[in-house]
Design a protein around this ligand. Structure first.
Ligand code: FES
Length: 571
């Protein structure tokens, strides 16, 4: 055992081994240090991450499973990121959380780890850490909340906030009615109940082979979540005995399966950034174009908000992730294995669909070809993405004059102006909101529709930015433009009035500006002035080292693995 280096050094009869054991004898069985696997439970529970607040209870179930299998569990509270509260954006801290978790796993006497996550950034950070330290690891997804209802109608957490707040802006819902819906929105423990980023990352964790089969999507309040958590604790001990590490699970084939899954469930665009970052940790050659190449023809089979009708509880009742993926099992890479050691594709056998209204059959999908589309052109030389399934079909091919905003503050200030010079054909462009410029690549790409147009009934327009978008949002929104304006990308040279051409079927995104004029243009001084210039602390480190969206917005020095070896002896 790796932990023997702490507890059984030189046969255990030396001072340091004595100290390590003495401090850890807190009622543990006498044989705890005799070669039993020590399992960390990397726990992102926090009262300030309400989606994960129940994970202490989950950790108790995991602990029981670890004991039952002959291991020794250790609760390891790690940095938690609550999507709704952390400012300026939780994405700014994903890499910090991943780095801190990686370092604590390496620094401590643990042989394996159970990763407890839920809210958007927590599962990505945990997976990135586990990949870089490469100790046997398995994910427990915290699960979505139960469906809340308001006046007889189900409420989609996140998605319906956007919808209802737009209704208030349009004058079709009073502010009092809007506020009255608030206490119905979060019905139970758990994370957002749409196919937002948290649900997406749980599904991707399973598709990557990093959970017990059938775990993703189990509601947080469901008794089966604790039973599966107990079982995962047992599995963690077994993983150590089999020396089954993330590097054996997170292969190129596993990422192929994740990309298929992302399309089949209509997952969040944030899944693209997180998968790219995770692949970078492992040296798996995944790039932006793979999402289009592998995912484009995959049908959308799940009718869930934000683009559809149902919620995660409905998905689970209808058969869940495995039932949906069974419809596209032939598209899965056959060689990928899960943490259990079985082939991922074998976990999809005999998984019936109980409600075809929620999980559509392959021959009658919700959308025929639903994958993320990757766009390139003079506005996005290194790529940009759009989720066609969440867009208005009539806007997928569009030309219109740009209306450019230099920051999200600039956009918010002007979009409410009743005199704003804008029509439904205008292309709203937001820059300065990429990884470096904001910093942290916030979820602001789905700019609000200008008030003037909302009042005329307009609900969607083409929007383009170097930002991300909430997984619970929808619309004809081009995201993750790379390079971003703060990295000298071409968005910085676009001017209000330039005609922008979007052609999703043709996969292009261009400014129709004379090439010589375009080449001679300098970045807009207003744009440059709006970029972040942190002078110290994490933000400084982040801005100096963050990669662009097409590389997963990881830090350049965190790409790859350092393994679990500790470089120096303890003192
Ligand atoms: Fe945590 Fe949506 S706010 S998952």
């Amino acid at each position: 055992m790796r932990s023997d280096a702490w507890y059984a050094e030189s046969g255990g009869n030396v001072r340091d081994a004595y100290i390590h054991r003495a401090w850890m004898r807190r009622g543990t069985p006498a044989d705890s240090f005799d070669g039993r696997p020590h399992i960390a439970i990397a726990n992102t529970a926090s009262d300030l991450t309400p989606c994960n607040a129940h994970l202490d209870e989950v950790a108790t179930a995991v602990k029981a499973g670890v004991w039952a299998a002959g291991g020794v569990p250790h609760n390891l509270p790690v940095m938690s990121l609550g999507e709704t509260l952390v400012r300026p954006t939780a994405m700014l801290w994903r890499n910090l959380a991943a780095m801190a978790i990686e370092e604590m796993l390496r620094a401590n006497p643990v042989d394996g780890v159970v990763l407890l996550g839920g809210c958007d950034k927590t599962i990505p950070a945990l997976l990135m850490a586990a990949a870089s330290v490469d100790l046997p690891a398995v994910v427990v997804p915290g699960g979505p909340m139960l469906t809340g209802t308001f006046r007889g109608q189900p409420l989609g957490c996140g998605t319906d906030v956007w919808r209802l707040s737009e209704e208030v802006r349009a004058g079709t819902l009073s502010a009092q009615e809007f506020t009255a819906s608030e206490s119905s929105m979060i019905r139970s423990k758990g994370h957002c109940n749409t196919m937002g980023t948290a649900s997406t990352m749980a599904c991707l964790a399973e598709a990557l082979g990093m959970t017990l089969p059938g775990f993703a999507g189990t509601p947080a309040a469901d008794a089966r979540l604790l039973a599966l958590s107990h079982e995962t604790g047992r599995l963690a001990v077994d993983l150590v005995h089999r020396d089954h590490r993330p590097s054996a699970v997170l292969t190129a084939e596993a990422f192929h399966n994740a990309v298929v899954t992302l399309a089949a469930v209509g997952g969040s665009t944030n899944g693209v950034v997180h998968l790219l970052a995770l692949a970078g940790r492992l040296g798996v050659p995944l790039d932006l174009d793979d999402f289009d190449r592998i995912g484009h023809e995959v049908p959308l089979l799940v009718d869930l908000q934000p683009s559809g009708r149902h919620l995660m509880d409905d998905f689970y009742r209808a058969g869940g992730l495995r039932a949906a993926l069974a419809e596209v099992a032939d598209l899965m890479a056959p060689g990928a294995v899960t943490v259990t050691g079985e082939r991922f594709v074998d976990t999809l056998a005999d998984q019936p669909v109980w409600d075809p209204d929620v999980i559509a059959p392959r021959d009658a999908p919700v959308v025929a070809a639903a994958g993320i589309a990757v766009l390139r052109g003079n506005l996005a030389p290194d790529g940009a993405i759009i989720k066609p399934a969440a867009a208005s079909p009539g806007l997928l091919v569009h030309r219109g004059p740009a209306l450019v905003f230099d920051s999200i503050e600039d956009a918010h200030a002007r979009l409410e102006d009743p005199e704003l010079d804008v029509t439904p054909d205008t292309v709203l462009v937001l820059r300065g909101c990429g990884p470096r410029g904001y910093p942290g690549m916030p979820e602001v790409g789905n700019l609000p529709i200008p008030r003037r147009l909302v009042e005329l009934g307009v609900r969607d327009m083409v929007r383009i930015s170097d930002a991300r978008m909430s997984g619970t949002a929808y619309g004809t929104v081009v995201l993750h433009v790379a390079p971003e304006s703060a990295a000298g990308g071409p968005l910085s040279r676009l001017r209000t009035g330039d005609v922008v051409a979007l052609d999703v079927p043709g996969r292009t995104l261009d400014a129709e500006v004379d090439p010589e004029v375009w080449a001679a243009r300098e970045p807009s001084p207003a744009s440059t002035a709006a970029h972040a210039r942190p002078v110290r602390g994490w933000e400084r480190l982040y801005v100096d080292h963050v990669l662009q969206a097409d590389r997963g917005a990881d830090l350049d020095f965190l790409v790859g693995r350092s393994g679990s070896e500790v470089s120096r002896e303890s003192h």
